[in-house]
Design a protein around this ligand. Structure first.
Ligand code: NAP
Length: 251
């Protein structure tokens, strides 16, 4: 890397986002750690600074246009132009279609799709000016369809179309856009799913691992590793791809 680039990771207070933020800091980037509550980002930021890295905690709701602009402006002025963006913030509002409320639908679309749109729009001007950019959007194997997740599956499939379009529009500015579609990753999100299904998390993990070719569930670091590759200088010819990181093939 010729200079220390700045990366932004949304939803980075915990789970996959926290692991990505720590990995990118370890790779040498300054990291803007965004989550709903700035105080919740402290653990991630402290881990990064304790390891000798640079990070800034910023509270913002990625589905709120004004908060997104303020967060990106602050990161740009305190850490430098954000030329790497990881759209990771996510929520679940699972229910079968007949029980799914309009609020459940809107909330999921708001965080995943509107959030990724607002964040990408705010960061792309820095990327275009720098003639370099890397956008990684978190999709999911649920994009292929999953019972109880009409809203989430639609949003995660939408993330894939969004990613491919950014790749087409922004490629000539040295910007790549790719999506990572994780399978089962052991985080609070999958713990909440186990709780909703009234299955002990340990049993849920064991059962899930039995269905996965590599015979284990994923860890946040598995996604961080793939992200590290996609944002690297050398990955400039990889764009518009959806990489399933699921311990086996997906259609
Ligand atoms: P997680 O543990 O629930 O963490 C998600 C983070 O996003 C939380 O810190 C949450 O903050 C934050 N967030 C939610 N809404 C936000 C908003 N409007 N603005 C800013 N931050 C917001 O989830 P995870 O398992 O790490 O998942 C990370 C991403 O990977 C998500 O996009 C998810 O859909 C995707 N994914 C996960 C899996 C999996 O198996 N875990 C599989 C496929 C895809 P609060 O704590 O304040 O709510």
């Amino acid at each position: 890397m010729t200079e220390k680039r700045t990366a932004i990771v949304t939803g980075a207070a915990r789970g996959i986002g926290a692991a990505i933020a720590k990995r990118l800091a370890n790779d040498g980037y300054a990291v803007g750690v965004i989550d709903l509550d700035a105080a919740a980002c402290t653990t991630t930021v402290e881990a990064i600074t304790a390891a000798g890295g640079k990070a800034l905690a910023v509270g913002a709701d990625v589905s709120d246009a004004e908060q997104v602009t303020a967060a990106v402006d602050r990161i740009a002025s305190e850490l430098g132009a954000p030329t790497i963006l990881i759209n990771n913030a996510g929520i679940l509002r699972d229910n079968l279609l007949f029980k799914m409320s309009v609020d459940d639908w809107d909330a999921v679309m708001g965080v995943h799709l509107r959030g990724a749109f607002l964040m990408s729009k705010a960061c792309q001007k820095h990327m275009v000016e720098s003639k370099f950019g890397r956008i990684v959007n978190l999709s999911s194997t649920s994009a292929l369809g999953n019972r109880g997740q009409a809203n989430y599956a639609a949003a995660k499939a939408g993330m894939q179309g969004f990613t491919k379009t950014l790749a087409i529009e922004l490629g000539k500015f040295g910007i790549t856009a790719n999506a990572i579609a994780p399978g089962f990753i052991q985080t609070d999100m999958t713990a909440a799913t186990a709780e909703r299904m009234k299955v002990p998390f340990a049993d849920f993990i064991k059962f899930s691992a039995e269905q996965i070719p590599v015979a284990r569930v994923g860890q946040p670091e598995d996604i961080a590793h793939t992200t590290s590759f996609l944002v690297s200088e050398g990955a400039g010819f990889v764009s518009g791809q959806v990489i399933y990181v699921a311990g086996g093939p997906k259609d």
